[in-house]
Design a protein around this ligand. Sequence first.
Ligand code: PEP
Ligand code: MN
Length: 353
Amino acid sequence: MLIVMRRNATAEQTGAVMAAIEARGFTARPIPGGERTAVGILHNEGPVDPSWFAGLAGVKEAIAVTRPYKLVSREFQLADTVVRVGPVAIGNGRLILIAGPCAVESEDQALATAHAVRSAGAHLFRAGAFKPRTSPYAFQGLGEKGLRILEKVRSETGLGIVTEALDHVIFDAVEAAADVVQIGARNMQNFSLLRRAGRSRKPILLKRGMSSTVEEWLMAAEYILEGGNPNVILCERGIRTFAHHSRNTLDLSAVPVVQRESHLPIIIDPSHAAGLRNQVLPLSRAAVSVGAHGLMIEVHHDPDKALSDGSQSLYPAQFQELCRQIGALYELVRAAGADHTKEGAAHGTETVS
Ligand code: PEP
Ligand code: MN
């Protein structure tokens, strides 16, 4: 249930509505809008009777929320969420490029790759210090030492750092070193990790689980927002299908669906979707055309020697070409009039403006 306040409602009236919600044992979550405030009702186990609140002073209307997710939904918040990482804004009408190797392997490797992706035009650097590997015998990442290298990359290049937290135990250390904490596909429904991310002040990049529906993915994001962290970036990275010409199948249709259902920004990782570097550029072009807010691309200064995901990692020159092409394409797509806020997003309630 969403209680929409009148334009001229006072702070006291909103406070009284919140108190009335809390008095019934629910949680009241204010959602300030451009012109008016709304108050979301959370933690109601059964149906809520709109008449309990509709007659209170300053209330315009009480609207039933029809989706299982609330805080992430367009019904709760019409305007796009813009996630800020230092000077970089994700979801704000500019395509954001996150690039770097699968894993931090050494200081030289991380710095060489970071300088290469920065000069090509990347806005943020990615690399895992803790790696989720299918095999326990595969390279697991440098751990804390990798985090120290990532800090050095930031201080030398100025690029913000995106890196993965594998569990809630290691979260504190990753959070301290990162500018954005990544939750990987395998951990999308790791609920203790999601709850810890909800208490974080750092933005969270939440990858879609490889066998998850969009609804399950949005429910995972809901855990983070419900925990108090509004800064979530969704990342589509391919799902499991019967096809084996690529590592996963990139679900491009997730972009307009998410943009219709949610105000959160959505980016695409074509590298883990494809698994093969020759598919990364075409899928990146498709991602831009479909309206993604950004791309996450694996790049290695010497992919043939990479300790993980070398076959999908671009050579620096290929990343440079990708930046050139998608920069031009992005302008073209915008000039053609593509506007996700009209195509997908304008289906939420218009009242929360
Ligand atoms: C990664 O980005 O390094 C990664 C492991 O990706 P995913 O969780 O999508 O497999
Ligand atoms: Mn990888």
